[in-house]
Structure formats: C-alpha cells, structure tokens
Design a protein. Structure first.
Length: 332
C-alpha cells in the first residue's frame, strides 16, 4: 500500500478476534470452550469508501461490526480509527470517539424504543453528548427527518405508527445525528420488503455523497452488495476468505466458497442462466465452538487437498500489478 493510500485509510482492522465463553455448571460456572465468532479478521476501509461484508448466517458479520465499534470488547487484535487504537481506549476518550462511529441496526422493529417519540429517539444522542437541547435539539431532529425523506412534523409520533421502511429511515436519522465519519450498516435492508430495500440503499448512497460518509455494509444479498460497495469481503465461519473490488469478485472469484455463493445468484438472462453451472455445497456449516483444523472451509470444499486439513491458509494478495485481490486458500 502506498503512503498516499495509507493516509487515506480511516479504519484499519488487524487480526480481530471475538470469542464468547461457553460455561457449564449451576452453582459454579466453569469455562469449557469458546465460540470463535470472529477469528483473525483483517481489512482496511478508506475514507469515503463502502466495504461490503457478506456471508451466510452465523459466520460472524454482525459480531465483526459490533467489535469494531467496541460494543463488544474484542478478545484480541487491533482496531485503529484514524491511526488511534480503539481496543485499549476507555472512558471519556472512547466516548468522544463514539460520536464519530455509529450503527444502523438490522431490525427496525426492535432497535427503536416503543415508549419514546421519534423526536426523543433521534434527539437522544444530541443530549447524551451535550450537543443540543430544547428548541435547538427539536430543529436539528426536524432537519434530520427531512434529510431521510420523512415529514419533519412526525417528531411527536411513536414507532408503532410507522411502516418498516419508515422506521429504518428513523434509525438512519439517529445514526446521522452526531455527524459521524463512519457507519456500520448491519443488514439494514434484510427485514424490509424488496420494494423498500432499493429506496433505503439509494438513500444511503445519496447520504454518503452528501456527508462524506464511510460504510461497512453487512448483508446477505450479493446483488445489493455489488450495487452499493466499492470492495467486498466474503466471510466464512469467523474468517474472511476473499476481499477485492466488486468487479473482480463477480467476474473472477478465486476462493471456492465465493464461487459457490455467486453461482447461487440468479441472472435475469435465461441463456446465460441455462449455461451456468450451479455449485452445490455439501454438508452443514461446522460449529464455531469446534471449527475444523487447517482451513475452516475444507469440510465442504469441492477442491479440498491434503494440506487443507493441516495448515491454515495464508492471507495473501494474488492481484496483478497494483490491484488488491486478497484470498486465503491453498490453491494459490
């Protein structure tokens, strides 16, 4: 990475681990194992960029996002925001940094307090950080509602009076309240109707341009991730297996898991769809409590080799020239 690119990096994650203890016993709890939800994840996000993070349910995508924001205290690894280490930051200093990092949650029905009005929900961050109160706070809340495409006079309404798409817009307005630089979008469209999903994603793209935002966009839908992301990271069982720009990933996927994922995405052209070979993965995803030795994907991989069971594949750049195409696979 050149010096100029390094200066442009907003977030740097290196060997991030997030383990949850598994305990047994009624009176005396003792740890018997760890759920390795995130197991050695590394990537960077440049200022103004969107990094898409995809993978099947339970692979550790949401946990990665929460560990980056220090909502979970990471078990190991490093998270640097503008060169400052977040994992060792505490107290007031971390509180100040949290103003610059926000999250849009997955479920718009569960992430808004049903007993609070929309004005109080969006205005709460402003009060917590002593930025605005009273009339000033109300005006700021109304402005945020306008920005996300809602009527500014909805401030006295409650969440149950809104549809799912409108509630997610309220969640976006809350995330924007403190003028953040970085937002973790934790599957913000998965709980919405397909017709509403495009509206929310288009709004996020417009807001990114207007406010110079940087996103970590977590999702299942590969076609939607391609639409919004500059680069895409593919995750499997707590590890990132491939990371590159969206064109390269879709046209030239290298990791067998990425190839299998993309083979399942429907293509609207019937001629191409007919000629395409669907890769069916056999077996179930292993438990994160007891992942396979060597490569995590080897138990389901159609191209497995003897070395896969013995050695964890190295995370390396196989891109030509200046292109970055990171893969963790013994095939390369």
């Amino acid at each position: 990475m050149s010096e100029n690119s390094k200066n442009n990096v907003l977030l740097e994650v290196n060997d991030l681990k997030m383990y949850f203890p598994v305990t047994k016993g009624i009176l005396i709890q003792r740890k018997v194992a760890d759920v390795k939800a995130v197991d050695g994840v590394s990537f960077t996000i440049k200022r103004g960029e969107t990094l898409g993070l995809v993978g099947e349910s339970g692979c550790g995508k949401s946990t990665t996002g929460r560990a980056i924001l220090q909502l979970y205290k990471p078990t190991g690894g490093s998270v640097k925001f503008e060169g400052e280490e977040l994992t060792t930051m505490k107290g007031e200093r971390l509180r100040q940094q949290r103003r610059r990092m926000q999250m849009i949650f997955q479920d718009p029905y569960a992430s808004l307090n049903p007993r609070m009005t929309v004005g109080n929900i969006i205005g709460e961050p402003l009060e917590v950080h002593n930025i605005a109160k009273g009339k000033e706070k109300r005006e700021r809340v109304q402005e945020l509602l306008r920005v996300v495409g809602l009527n500014p006079y909805f401030v006295n309404r409650y969440p149950h009076e809104f549809s799912g798409g409108q509630r997610q817009r309220i969640g976006v307005a809350r995330a924007l309240a403190l003028n953040p630089d970085f937002i973790v979008c934790d599957e913000p469209i998965s709980a919405l109707d397909v017709s509403i999903q495009a509206q929310i994603v288009n709004m996020l793209k417009d807001l990114q341009i207007e406010f110079g935002l940087t996103y970590l966009f977590i999702a299942h839908d590969l076609s939607m991730v391609r639409y919004i992301s500059d680069r895409i990271a593919v995750m499997y069982l707590g590890k990132i297996v491939e990371l590159t720009d969206y064109d390269t990933l879709y046209e030239n996927p290298q990791h067998p898991y990425t190839q299998a994922l993309l083979s399942a995405v429907p293509i609207p052209d019937p001629y191409i769809e007919e000629k395409r070979t669907r890769i069916i993965l056999e077996g179930d995803v292993p438990s994160p409590i007891n992942p396979p030795s060597g490569c995590n994907f080897r138990t389901r991989c159609p191209r497995v080799m003897d070395i896969c069971a013995e050695v964890d594949p190295e995370w390396k750049n196989i891109g030509a020239d200046d292109q970055e195409h990171w893969v963790a696979c013994h095939l390369y």
